[in-house]
Write a protein that binds this ligand. Structure first.
Ligand code: ADQ
Length: 530
């Protein structure tokens, strides 16, 4: 059995430089690091190759050697990219061309020959790092849209290599994909692999359709393309899972419990904190006192400032139980955050009885801030949150708690656990791990998932409240229904989904892809090794 060489844009660890100038490595969070990280840790001969995130222009040669040693001690091989390379390959072609195109946002895609040139160069840079590393019998598993040319580049150098490539995001329809001026080169690049993997059968079909349309090649009954050099490329679906027990366990940690408790208090699900009750008591007392005294503003206070009444009714118990809605995203236009906010606003407008009784915890951490589209999105979300809070806030209640900091896993699990409803409504998403993590944090409990039908997870989580994220009215209604669902009903829906998530984990996904790669590489050539 050969080693597994994992190749991804970023390594699973980032460099920390402490005040005394010493270096250490910090484990990255996120889907890829969590899914493949445990395999890398337990398979002592596996090697992970990727960009270090370190700008070599900022360090001396000796310092770069020390950084390299740190990584190598964890079986990671760092690639150092200059600022120009990062701008062209990562911020440019990967994030500003391929990301929008693959998510059906062709109108946002920037087709720039200069970033395409740098993208090709950086894929070659990865190739040159891999060449001296590879040994006979190794399997190479390349990740994602940053490295779509690498499989064929590697195939040309090592015709007998076993190469897998997996896409973590959707693959669009052939009609959208063909708008890319370099679509043929990209398809040929990917088809250098023995095994091409996607999250869903639909994405795999879109890829096959694009190959047929643009390369005039047809797959056999088993979904294999025979390439001019004789090697076969198989195409299949491998839906990624989560480390279910990790999320379940973490949601029960002390920090997550504290977070959940804090949110429940702030949302009025538990006895109000001192601040909130004193505010409520003070406002009601002031209104009553002034009414007794016949002050001119007492009428105004009672009749026209509904917050005073609501504060009172919340304190005394009201017809609506208090509820919490949660969402956790990178601030990305594919995640549908403005659309979701409009649906929430619509619900507050259509069902005013929720005012004062439902609080939306919106965790949306800015990402890719050097790309203009992302800057504009941040402004749009800031504005919408301000507008909704401004319009609907009462004296002691705001409809949205907006958090833009990046939080570690424990507080994130606390947020999930506090959510009576999770609102997961991407406009397009390869899989979406957040929906799965939310359900793991509600193991053995109620909690309702409102889920977009535009993400890979919808195929597996059919018991959720499935919605079209573009349909404001439908999301508003699903949200209302989810908030109204009985504990028994939501627990029943969850059990079926949780059972699936428990059996299809990140570890089984990883092992499944690696074993499929071994099989297809064997079939493709009975003695196919470096
Ligand atoms: P992402 O687009 O990053 O991943 P997602 O699948 O939701 O999207 O995974 C995000 C991960 O980061 C989750 O583990 C989540 O807990 C965490 N996260 C997100 N926002 C956070 C925040 N604000 N603070 C802290 N943690 C946060 C890509 C594809 C997905 C695919 C994965 C895995 O876009 O479709 O599911 O890869 O293949």
């Amino acid at each position: 059995m050969g080693r597994l060489i994992i190749v991804s844009n970023r390594l699973p660890m980032s460099l920390d430089v402490s005040d005394d100038g010493s270096y250490s490595l910090r484990q990255n969070v996120g889907g890829l690091a969590t899914a493949i990280g445990p395999y890398h840790k337990t398979h002592k001969d596996s090697v992970w190759v990727g960009w270090s995130g370190v700008d070599p222009g900022q360090y001396s040669d000796e310092e770069i050697d020390l950084i390299r040693e740190q990584y190598e001690s964890r079986r990671c091989v760092p690639i150092f990219l200059s600022k120009e390379e990062v701008d062209g390959y990562y911020a440019g072609f990967s994030n500003d061309t391929m990301w929008p195109l693959l998510h059906d946002f062709a109108h946002e895609a920037n087709f720039d020959p200069e970033t395409w040139r740098v993208y090709q160069e950086v894929n070659e840079h990865f190739l040159e790092t891999l060449v001296p590393l590879l040994r006979k019998g190794d399997k190479v598993w390349i990740q994602d849209y940053h490295l779509m040319l690498l499989p064929q580049m590697l195939r040309e150098r090592f015709p007998e290599a076993s190469i897998g490539w997996f896409l973590h995001v959707p693959f669009p329809s052939p009609e959208i994909f063909r708008s890319l001026p370099w679509s043929r080169e990209i398809l040929e690049g990917i088809l250098g692999a023995d095994l091409v993997g996607f999250h869903t059968v639909d994405y795999a079909k879109n890829f096959e359709g694009s190959v047929e349309l643009l390369l005039d090649k047809h797959s056999d009954d088993e979904g294999r393309f025979t390439m001019p050099d004789g090697h076969e490329a198989a195409v299949d679906a491998f839906p990624i899972g989560i480390d279910y027990n990790l999320y379940r366990r973490t949601s029960r940690s002390n920090l997550a419990r504290m977070m959940r408790r804090g949110i429940e208090e702030a949302a009025g699900k538990r006895p109000h904190s001192r601040y909130l009750s004193s505010l409520t008591a003070e406002s009601n007392a002031a209104a009553e006192a002034s009414a007794k005294e016949g002050n001119w503003w007492s009428h105004y206070a009672h009749e026209e400032l509904p917050e005073l009444h609501l504060a009172k009714s919340a304190a005394e118990g009201s017809p609506k139980p208090n509820k919490v809605i949660v969402s956790v995203d990178r601030l990305d236009y594919t995640k549908g955050i403005p659309e979701r906010l409009r649906a929430y606003q619509r619900m507050l407008e259509k069902y005013p009885e929720w005012a004062g009784h439902v609080t939306y915890y919106l965790l949306a951490t800015p990402s890719r801030e050097n790309v203009d589209t992302y800057k504009r999105l941040k402004e749009q979300v800031d504005q919408l949150v301000g507008q909704i809070n401004g319009k609907y806030s009462l004296l002691a209640w705001s409809p949205i708690h907006y958090i833009t900091r990046s939080l570690p896993i424990k507080p994130v699990c606390g947020i999930y656990a506090a959510g009576d409803v999770a609102l997961v409504t991407p406009l397009r998403d390869g899989m979406n791990l957040v929906a799965k993590e939310y359900l793991a944090c509600h193991d053995g409990r109620d909690g309702s998932l409102v889920l977009s039908d535009m993400c890979g997870a919808a195929a597996e989580l059919s018991e959720a409240f499935i919605v079209n994220p573009y349909d404001t009215e439908a999301v508003c209604e699903a949200l209302h229904d989810a908030l109204e669902t009985s504990s028994e009903e939501s627990a029943k829906r969850n059990i079926a989904m949780q059972a699936r998530l428990k059996s299809r984990t990140a570890a089984t996904w990883c092992a499944g892809f690696v074993s499929a790669l071994e099989q297809v590489a064997d079939v493709s050539s009975s003695d196919k090794r470096l």
